[in-house]
Ligand binder design. Structure first.
Ligand SMILES: *Cc1c(COP(=O)(O)O)cnc(C)c1O
Length: 412
């Protein structure tokens, strides 16, 4: 990272000290604690500059060349650049870069392919399915008839036999593969095969691994899925937002499902920032970054296992790790609180086939900061020490501050 984003703090501090203070404190929080939340990252100053640009002022309902507002000439160019970079990066025939979030990308995918009441087969929430995969608290669970597949109780791996059996018993209109907590690669060819056997659409919800796909270290769902949904802010390191990739035959249905069906005007500053992120992700430096993200996660998982935590599936193929801290004598929710006090910021997650909560960690953000295997080992020792009560929280907080201080997310 070259320079610190300015945040226009002088202007803001003068005009609105109350909000300026919050933003500056948040910047300090991010720089002095360790962001181990698997879904988070540090966007580059260039991405943040595009987000804070005057395109934020522009209304641009519709698509390039067919807008409902005047003055969209440059918004059109920005969106075309984003779409061209996305299709080139992922080898997709079509990209829609307008979804405001990963969830809205999934909503649009369902809108393009399904009718309310249709049956959908997806990974159950206790096994790492996202809210949009059938939670009763979400539109998905209310508007569609979800059937859940799970993971094997012994191995923690997706139960392929169960997927095939449920597909043939329920004849779903769509099958969803993708997760917010599955640490292993997904076998997209297998899901394509099952979808074809039962005449279902295949939706890959690749919000987490899409950045690893861009970096060449995870298999791509693009050749297999009818529609790929993704986020742009996780390992991919762009602005918060969503994206859809699909073949030419679904392009028009997907575009209409995003606008006007599920959204109004696109956020053109975010679209420009997505273009910047796709440009960054196409570089050799990003491929090196993606390799290091996975190398770091493998070491972190192995070291956590050495410390006695139960690592789901025994390790990871990705940036993401889930562990059960119970062997150290502490439950997930308590563990998250203790670790947050020590400056190790991470999430709780459901654990397959267990009532207790686990912990979910990721290496995307700390790897952007420049940390490597040695720092992962140190983080594992600190984390386990805090949970066993061998390192007091104040001491751990000081160590985290020192470690974070050596790897500032933004410099200058
Ligand atoms: C992150 C994620 C989402 C949701 O993205 P938001 O931007 O938070 O709405 C949906 N599905 C998967 C698989 C994800 O990883």
């Amino acid at each position: 990272m070259a320079v610190t984003p300015t945040l226009e703090t002088d202007v803001l501090r003068h005009q609105d000290p109350e909000v300026a203070e919050i933003l500056l404190a948040e910047r300090t929080r991010q720089a002095t604690t360790l962001q181990l939340i698997a879904a988070e990252n540090f966007a580059s100053p260039a991405v943040l500059a595009a987000l804070g640009s005057p395109l934020a002022n522009k209304y641009a309902e519709g698509y390039p060349g067919a807008r409902h507002h005047g003055g969209c000439e440059l918004a059109d160019v920005a969106e075309r650049v984003a779409v061209d970079r996305a299709t080139a990066l992922f080898g997709a025939a079509h990209a829609n870069v307008q979804p405001h979030s990963g969830s809205l990308a999934v909503l649009a995918a369902y809108a393009a392919l399904l009718r309310p009441g249709d049956t959908v087969l997806a990974l159950g929430l206790p096994y790492g399915g996202h809210l949009t995969h059938g939670s009763p608290a979400n539109f998905s669970g209310r508007w569609f008839d979800f059937v859940a597949y799970g993971v094997d109780a012994e191995t923690g791996l997706i139960d392929h036999d169960q997927v095939r059996a449920l597909a043939s018993a329920h004849r779903p209109k769509a099958i969803v593969c993708g997760s917010i907590a599955y640490p292993r690669h997904i076998d997209y060819a297998f899901f394509r095969e099952v979808a074809d056997e039962v005449g279902a659409h295949l939706i890959a919800d690749a919000g987490h691994p899409i950045g690893l796909v861009a970096g060449g270290v995870a298999p791509s769902p693009v050749p297999y899925a009818d529609i790929v949904c993704a986020t742009t802010h996780k390992v991919l390191r762009g602005p918060r937002g969503g994206m859809i990739l699909c073949g030419a035959e679904l392009a028009e249905r997907v575009d209409r499902a995003v606008f006007p069906f599920t959204q109004g005007g696109a956020q053109m500053n975010a679209v420009a920032a997505k273009a910047v992120a796709f440009g960054e992700a196409a570089t050799p430096a990003f491929r090196r970054y993606a390799r290091q993200v996975v190398a770091n996660a493998r070491v972190l998982a192995a070291e956590l296992a050495d410390e006695g935590l139960a690592v789901t599936t025994g390790g990871t193929d990705t940036h993401l790790i889930t562990v059960d801290p119970a062997p150290l004598g502490v439950e997930g929710r308590t563990a998250r609180g203790l670790l947050a006090a020590a400056g190790l910021v991470l999430d709780c997650c459901a654990l397959p086939h267990a009532d207790a909560r686990g912990l979910r960690l990721g290496t995307a953000a700390v790897t952007t900061q420049g940390m490597g295997e040695a720092e992962m080992a140190r983080i594992a020792v600190l984390l386990a020490g805090v949970l066993r009560g061998e390192i007091d929280v104040t001491g751990a907080r000081a160590e985290v501050r020192e470690l974070a201080g050596r790897f500032p997310p933004y410099t200058g």
